[in-house]
Write a protein that binds this ligand. Structure first.
Ligand code: ADP
Ligand code: MG
Length: 729
C-alpha cells in the first residue's frame, strides 16, 4: 500500500515545469481569436445583418428569424474557417457547471454524402433532451421538454473545435431550468429600477448596467498525488488527513514567489483565457499553501459570469496539461484557508458613471449616497436570502469558519463612509445644502473623492464590503455559479430602488423639492438600516450575539438557510422584479435540498469505504506488529521486566484499539443514519436529517482517523499526507 504513496510522492516531487506554447503574436492580436465578437460579425455578416444583430443586442430586442438564418450562415463559416466541426448550445443547468451536447455541422445530402448545415433555427433554439437535468419537479408537473435559446448578449466562441452558443434553458411552459434566465431577468429589473433613480441626477440616462469582477481562488495538486486520494477524486476534498506541521502559519505563501511549474500553468491558462476573450489580468498566490487566484478585469455581469463558467472548465483542462489537478472545492483541506470567489459588483450608467463611486460635484455625491444607502437597505431587508444565495453543502465548510464569510451577512463601510452616513443622519436639510460648498466641514460630501480613495480601511472578515467604488460580496463559494448570488443581489437592489423612487415621487408630487425628498428618504433609510452595518471583527463570538440581537439571520444549517427563498417577502420580491415565480422558487429549492443530500451522501460513502477498507486494515496490521513485538519482549525478559520495556507499545496498542473501535462504531451508526434519512420523502426534511445526523458522524470518524495517522508507522500509511499534498516545488 504505502508503496503506492511513496511512488506518487516521488513522481510529484521530481516533476519539472511543462513547456508553454507562447503565441508569436502579441496578446492584442490573439485576444478574442476564438470569439465571434463584433469584429468577426462585421467580417462574416452582410452589412444589414450585422446592423440588425448589433441593434438587437444593444436594445435587448429579439432577433428576427430571417436575420438569424443569415447570422447562422456567417457564424458557421467563421467557425469552420477556425477549425470547428461541431456546434453546441452551451447552457447552465442547476448543477453549478455548464452542459453541452455536440452536433456536427452536417446533414445527409440525399446522394450518399453530406452537406454542411447550420441554420437560424438550429442557432436560435433547440430542444436538448434534458430529462436528466435537475428541475425540482417542474418538468414532471408540466411538460417533459426543455428548450435552449441563444442569448445574443453573450458572444459565441470556439472551445476544443466546437462552436459554443451561450443559451438559456427553460421548460416548455417558460419556467427557468437554469441560472442564466433568472440572471438576465434580474439584470433587466435592476436596469429599469436604477435607471429611474439615476434619471433624478441625469435625465439623459437610458440604461444602468450591472458589473461583475470575480476573483477565482483555487488549489493545485499534482495529478499523481491526486490519483492516490480517492476522496479528492470523488468529492473534491480530503475527508481525512492530519494537519501538516507546517502549513500557513508562517504566512510565507501569500503573494510569495510563484513556483515555476505553477507559473508555466498560469501563463498557459492566461493565453487560453485571452484567446477566448476572458480578460484575465491578475494572478497571485493565496493565503494557503498551493492556493492561487485568478482575477479578470470586470465586465457586464452576464458576460462576466459566462466567462467565469468558461474559466472553470478551462482551468481544469489546462491544469491536466501541466500534470496538475485543480480543486475548485471551497474547503479541500481542513485546518487551512478555503477558497472563495469574491464578487466585486457595481452599477454604472450608459453615460459611464459608476454609481457607487463618489464624484467631484455635490450632485454626483448625492447620487453616490443615494445608491449606496439603497444597497444597504436592500441587503439588510434580505440578508437571509443573500446568505441562501451563496449557501451550499461545499461552501458550508467556509460559512462557520474563520474566513470571510461568517454565517451572518453584514456590510462593512469603512470609517469615511460611516462618518458621512452619521453626518447625514444628524444634519438638517439646510446644513446639507451648505455641505456642498467650500466651507470644508469635516465630512463635507464635496470632499469625498479625495478621502474615499484611501483604501487602507479594509476589513477581510466582512462578507459584504464597500471597497471604494463597488461592493465586494465575499461570501460566494469558489465552485459556485456566481449567477446565484448575482440574481439575488441585483433583484433585491432593483426591488429596493423601485420602492425608493415611488416614495421620492410621492414627495415630489406633494410639492417637495427633489433634493429635499431624496435627503429625507436617505435619512430615514440610514436610521432604519443601521443593523446591517458592522465594521468590527466578523469572526468574534460577541458579533454572533450582537447580530442575533439586531435581528440578522444567524441560521447556520444550510438546508434551513434555503428556507429564505420561500419566505413571503422573498416570493413577493421575486414576483415584483419578475425574476422568479413561486413555482420556480419551490422547484429550485427542491433541487438545492436534493443536491445538498447527494453531496453529503457521496462523502459519507467515500469516508466509510476509506475507513473500513484503507485505514482500519493498516491499523490492524500495525497493531499486530506491535503485539508481536510485545510478545517477544515479554518472552525474552520474564518476571515483570519485559512488562516495563513493552509498556509504551502496549499503551499504543490500547490507544489504537480505542480509536479503531470508535471508527467502526461510528461508520455503522453513520450507515444507519443514512438509511433512516433515505426513507424520508420530503427533500427538505431529508437534507436536514443528513445535516443533523450524518455530518456530525463524519467529523467524529475523521477525528479518530487523523489520530491514527499520528500513531501508525509512516511507511505503512496508505494515503498521501497533507505535507505531501500541499507543497509543490
Ligand atoms: P482585491 O484582491 O484587492 O480585492 P483584485 O484586483 O484581486 O482586488 O480584484 C478586484 C476585482 O474587482 C477585479 O476583477 C476588478 O476588475 C474588479 N473591479 C474593480 N472595479 C470594479 C467595479 N467598479 N465593479 C466591479 N468590479 C470591479
Ligand atoms: Mg477582492
Amino acid at each position: 500500500m504505502s508503496q503506492l504513496r511513496f511512488k506518487v510522492v516521488d513522481e510529484a516531487f521530481n516533476r519539472k515545469a511543462d513547456p508553454v506554447e507562447i503565441p508569436s503574436e502579441s496578446p492584442e492580436r490573439y485576444y478574442g481569436k476564438q470569439v465571434f465578437n463584433r469584429q468577426k460579425m462585421f467580417e462574416y455578416l452582410p452589412a444589414d445583418t450585422y446592423n440588425a444583430l448589433v441593434s438587437a443586442i444593444d436594445n435587448k430586442e429579439p432577433l428576427p428569424r430571417e436575420v438569424a438564418d443569415t447570422v447562422a450562415e456567417g457564424m458557421k463559416k467563421w467557425a469552420i474557417d477556425n477549425g470547428a466541426r461541431h456546434y453546441t448550445h452551451w447552457f447552465q443547468p442547476l448543477t453549478e457547471t455548464t452542459a453541452e451536447k455536440h452536433d456536427a455541422f452536417i446533414e445527409h445530402d440525399g446522394k450518399g454524402g453530406v452537406v454542411e448545415k447550420f441554420n437560424g433555427k438550429l442557432l436560435v433554439q433547440q430542444e436538448p433532451d434534458a430529462s436528466s437535468f435537475p428541475n425540482g419537479g417542474i418538468r414532471n408537473t408540466f411538460e417533459a421538454r426543455g428548450y435552449s435559446a441563444w442569448d445574443i448578449s453573450s458572444p459565441a466562441f470556439i472551445l476544443d473545435g466546437t462552436l459554443c452558443i451561450p443559451t438559456i434553458f427553460i421548460s416548455y411552459t417558460g419556467e427557468s431550468l437554469d441560472y442564466k434566465t433568472p440572471l438576465l431577468r434580474a439584470l433587466n429589473s435592476v436596469d429599469r429600477a436604477a435607471t429611474k433613480v439615476a434619471q433624478y441626477f441625469d435625465p439623459s440616462v437610458k440604461h444602468v448596467k450591472s458589473y461583475l469582477g470575480w476573483e477565482q481562488e483555487y488549489f493545485l495538486v499534482d495529478e499523481a498525488l491526486y490519483s492516490a486520494r480517492p476522496d479528492l477524486m470523488l468529492t473534491g476534498r480530503t475527508l481525512m488527513g492530519h494537519e501538516s506541521a507546517k502549513n500557513q502559519q508562517l504566512e510565507d505563501h501569500y503573494f510569495g514567489s510563484i513556483p515555476s511549474r505553477v507559473q508555466a500553468f498560469m501563463l498557459d491558462l492566461e493565453i487560453e483565457c485571452h484567446k477566448l476573450g476572458i480578460p484575465a489580468k491578475t494572478r497571485h498566490n493565496e493565503v494557503a499553501p498551493n492556493q492561487f487566484e485568478l482575477a479578470p478585469i470586470f465586465e457586464e455581469t452576464n458576460l462576466a459570469n459566462d466567462h467565469n463558467l468558461l474559466l472553470m472548465s478551462l482551468i481544469a483542462e489546462v491544469a491536466r496539461r501541466h500534470h496538475f489537478r485543480v480543486l475548485l472545492h471551497e474547503k479541500p483541506f481542513a485546518g487551512i484557508n478555503g477558497s472563495g470567489k469574491h464578487n466585486n459588483w457595481s452599477l454604472g450608467t450608459d453615460k459611464g458613471v459608476l454609481l457607487f463611486a463618489p464624484g467631484k460635484t455635490q450632485r454626483d455625491n448625492l447620487q453616490f449616497i443615494t445608491f449606496v444607502v439603497n444597497v444597504m437597505a436592500a441587503v439588510h431587508k434580505h440578508n437571509g436570502l443573500l446568505k441562501a444565495s451563496i449557501a451550499s453543502a461545499t461552501n458550508a465548510h467556509r460559512l462557520g469558519a474563520n474566513e470571510a464569510p461568517p454565517a451572518i451577512i453584514s456590510i462593512f463601510t469603512g470609517k469615511q463612509l460611516s462618518d458621512i452616513l452619521d453626518y447625514i443622519e444628524k444634519s438638517t436639510n439646510d446644513e446639507l445644502i451648505a455641505l456642498g460648498g467650500k466651507e470644508g466641514i469635516s465630512v463635507g460630501v464635496s470632499q469625498i473623492p479625495e478621502i474615499m480613495l484611501d483604501a487602507t480601511d479594509r476589513n477581510r472578515t466582512s462578507p459584504f464590503a464597500f471597497t471604494g467604488n463597488r461592493f465586494e460580496f465575499r461570501a460566494v463559494g469558489s465552485s459556485a455559479n456566481c449567477a446565484s448570488a448575482m440574481i439575488a443581489l441585483n433583484a433585491v437592489v432593483a426591488d429596493q430602488l423601485m420602492k425608493f423612487s415611488a416614495k421620492v415621487d410621492e414627495r415630489i408630487a406633494k410639492g417637495e423639492t427633489l433634493r429635499h425628498a431624496l435627503l429625507e428618504e436617505i435619512r430615514a433609510m440610514i436610521i432604519e438600516n443601521k443593523a446591517i452595518h458592522f465594521d468590527g471583527n466578523g469572526y468574534s463570538d460577541e458579533w454572533k450575539a450582537e447580530a442575533e440581537r439586531r435581528g440578522l439571520d444567524c441560521e447556520t444549517s444550510v438546508p434551513k438557510i434555503f428556507d429564505a427563498y420561500l419566505r413571503e417577502e422573498s416570493i413577493d420580491m421575486f414576483k415584483r422584479t419578475g425574476v422568479f415565480t413561486k413555482i420556480e422558487l419551490e422547484a429550485r429549492n427542491e433541487v438545492k435540498w436534493e443536491m445538498f443530500t447527494k453531496k453529503v451522501q457521496i462523502e459519507a460513502r467515500v469516508l466509510g469505504d476509506l475507513a473500513v477498507n484503507h485505514i482500519l486494515p493498516v491499523a490492524t496490521r500495525y497493531q499486530s506488529i506491535l503485539l508481536d513485538n510485545v510478545f517477544k519482549i515479554k518472552s525474552l525478559f520474564p518476571n515483570g521486566k519485559g512488562e516495563a520495556i513493552a509498556s509504551q507499545d502496549m499503551a499504543t496498542i490500547e490507544n489504537m484499539a480505542d480509536h479503531m473501535r470508535v471508527i467502526k462504531d461510528e461508520v455503522n451508526a453513520m450507515i444507519e443514519a443514512r438509511k433512516e434519512a433515505n426513507r424520508i420523502e420530503n427533500e427538505r426534511d431529508k437534507a436536514i436529517a443528513y445535516h443533523d445526523n450524518v455530518i456530525p458522524r463524519m467529523d467524529v470518524i475523521r477525528y479518530h482517523i487523523d489520530k491514527l495517522e499520528l500513531m501508525i508507522d509512516n511507511e505503512m500509511w496508505p494515503l498521501p499526507k497533507y505535507r505531501e499534498l500541499l507543497f509543490i516545488r
